[in-house]
Design a protein around this ligand. Sequence first.
Ligand SMILES: Cc1cc2nc3c(=O)[nH]c(=O)nc-3n(C[C@H](O)[C@H](O)[C@H](O)COP(=O)(O)O)c2cc1C
Ligand SMILES: [Fe+2]
Ligand SMILES: [Fe+2]
Length: 417
Amino acid sequence: MGMNVTEVTDGIFRLSANAEPNSLLFEGIWPIPNGVSMNSYIVKGEKVAIVDGVCGWDGVPETLFEQFDQMGIKAEDIDYVIVNHHEPDHSGWLEDFKKIRDDFQIITSVKGEPLLEAFYEITNDVRTVKTGDSLDLGDGRVLAFADIPNVHWPETMATFDTKSGTLMPCDAFGSFGAISDAPYDDQLSREEIDFFEHEAVRYYSNIVAAFCLPVKKAIKAVEELPVKIIAPGHGIVWRKDPWKIVNDYKRYASYDKNPAKEEVTVLWGSMYGMTEKAVKPLVEAIEAEGVKVHVHRLPESPLGDVLTSAWTSTGIVMGMPTYEYKMFPPMFAALDELAKKKVKNRKAFRFGSYGWSGGAQKELDELMAKHKTGWDFLETVEFKGAPGKEDIELIRQRGTELAREVKRMVAEAPAIA
Ligand SMILES: Cc1cc2nc3c(=O)[nH]c(=O)nc-3n(C[C@H](O)[C@H](O)[C@H](O)COP(=O)(O)O)c2cc1C
Ligand SMILES: [Fe+2]
Ligand SMILES: [Fe+2]
């Protein structure tokens, strides 16, 4: 992991470390094909505060301390450690920091305080803050705090520098994607911004999706602040156009309900190729309507990729056989996770093969009912063994119908942002 220091604006510095592509599974589950950055911010008034840290993977704390030199500060100069969020990707470095220093004050939310003790046995010199509280660093630099619960944990808050209009919201407005030496939106090309937009969807769908309502509340709170810069805990800093990432998040937060984009996700799994025979005709029928299709074979496709596609898809198609009187197991796992991440109200269709009794459909219906997904299904097409010509034709027709329905829903949806 490399670490680099840059100046966000007068008196605020960004320290960042990358986890390189595929170097780990984020949260122990989610692949990061393009890596991820962890960002920390130093704010200098007469006193100095560090806002969040970067996690201790691969010896980062040592690198972090080296970087203090570049800014002309020492670990001893830090008066306040502001912990916006206690997930160890941001707070893990405290473990090492307290070996070097034991006389700094921690600023955190009311719900953050018990987590400090639970994770790091820190009980000394903790000041709790809530929305409306502030911290004067001197030299005209006053930090204001706002609770943004459940973006991502219950204790999460955001720190706002009133002098420069810089918002440090930790996980909110973050994205995946390791970052080279150009961490600011004003340094990036259109293509690079598009790359981070896709990485933001991956991040949102994998990490934050279960908390759409809290995200909407956090956005409302942010809209009331005179924000000029958004400096999140993951991803690039938005200096030229801070409202772009806010508006992107507004759209992502609306995709739990549907419609999302004019896209369809096709999930399929097959043991001996019977169900598979219908996949290509189905995909062709959807594409013939000009609708974008994401195809994932299960279990080969990681759940993180499935979620990323499903989040922006208005339609979802499932091709799967019956397996031991139930759904093909990896399909069950994927749908269960989509439901838990609150992928709601999709336009949906299922097809698949069985040998003698079937059973997949029953379990699918039960799963959808249990999670109250609100998915609106076209009539299922099931076939014994290999699909006949008529089955393929029916599946094609359903693909066309689904695609047209998706286009209609998206066209009729009110614009979000
Ligand atoms: C391990 C296994 C379990 C199966 N269990 C059932 C079952 O409970 N009920 C049923 O109707 N068919 C069952 N089948 C038959 C499959 O559903 C059938 O072979 C189907 O054509 C498989 O489609 P695929 O090649 O797309 O996987 C089972 C097949 C296998 C290999
Ligand atoms: Fe988090
Ligand atoms: Fe995080």
